[in-house]
Write a protein that binds this ligand. Sequence first.
Ligand SMILES: [Zn+2]
Length: 123
Amino acid sequence: MHELGIVKHVIQTLHDVAKEHDVRRIGSVTLEVGEVSGVVTEQLVDCWNYFREKDELVRGAPLYIETVEAVTFCTACEGTYKTVPNGKTCPLCGSTETYLLQGNAFSIKQIEAELNTDPPQNA
Ligand SMILES: [Zn+2]
C-alpha cells in the first residue's frame, strides 16, 4: 500500500526532526497533498491512526491534510487551468501542449511540537 509507505516516511521524518530539536512529543502534523498525487487521503489518515498508537513520539497526535489544487499550464496560449476537470487538453484553446504546474506533490507542511523544556525549579 502506497499510503502505508508515506506514513512510515512521515513518522521517520518526525523522529529525525524531534532528535534535532529535542522534541519529546509531536502535537499535530499537517500534510499538503496534491490533487493528482495519487494519494488517497482517507487511507493516509487510517494508516496514521494505526501507527500513532504504536509510537510514543506521535501518540494521539492528529493528522491534518490540506489539498493542493492541481493546475496545468498551456504552452500554446500560455494560459493556466484546473487540471482535474480538464486533463491534458487546454479548455481555453484546445491544445494538448500542456504540463502540470502543481498538484502532484506531497509534503509535510507543518509540525506542531511540544518542546522538551523542564519546568522551572522552585528553590
Ligand atoms: Zn491553451
